[in-house]
Unconditional design. Sequence first.
Length: 252
Amino acid sequence: MSTKYFILTKPRNSNVSENDQNQIVSLNSSADVHILPKINLEYYTVFGLFENQLIEWCKQYCTLKTNFLDIGAHSGTYSISLASVSNRVYAFEPQKMTYYALCGSVALSGLENIDCHKVGLGSPDQVGTQSLKIVSNDGGGSSLHSTKGILREESIEIITLDSLNLSNIGFIKMDVEENELYVLQGAVETLDRSRYPPILFESNGTNPELFTYIHGLGYDIISVVGCNNMFLACENKRSKNTVYDDADKKYV
């Protein structure tokens, strides 16, 4: 049985032994708990979780016999929401404070089938310490590739997905702010070992290099209705030896 938690707050810099201003919050022990950035409180109050309809749509690709990868997990809305329909969840979030929110959400939810990893995923050439550019105060949009609107930078560790030797992957969600191609370049063995599971991924604008690479792995790409920057890669069953000509939009 998972340990249950409550939240105790004390005024910062106060005497620890003083208890006059303590606050205790006891949460519904059977609830999924999300620690979310306060800057978006008004949105969450009105609309609930970001991408909640998309998260619900993803449940059709999860099974209790296979594992789910949440690459770019943020504070864990996908991981926590899909944990009950997955065998195991592997969540990857390299940004420090966002990662702490992810771990806190998992602990308060009492979900023992989520493994949180404070690393970014990338290609073999990216492995090591890299500089993550922070572009917002809610932990979203942080990228290795940002060139403007940078608030600060944070050193993170990059590894390849293949280095973890994971298997039995049934579904992948990937939102890594222009690093999707590099993640896939470091995941070739994992995808092959898991027989090319569906991948939900973000792509803002045209990205022919990414799409061509995904097609070359043997996937078709489908636009997700209602989400102009989200796509689903599904195995197309064609020979992995065929080459996709992105200019002509056909296999040759």
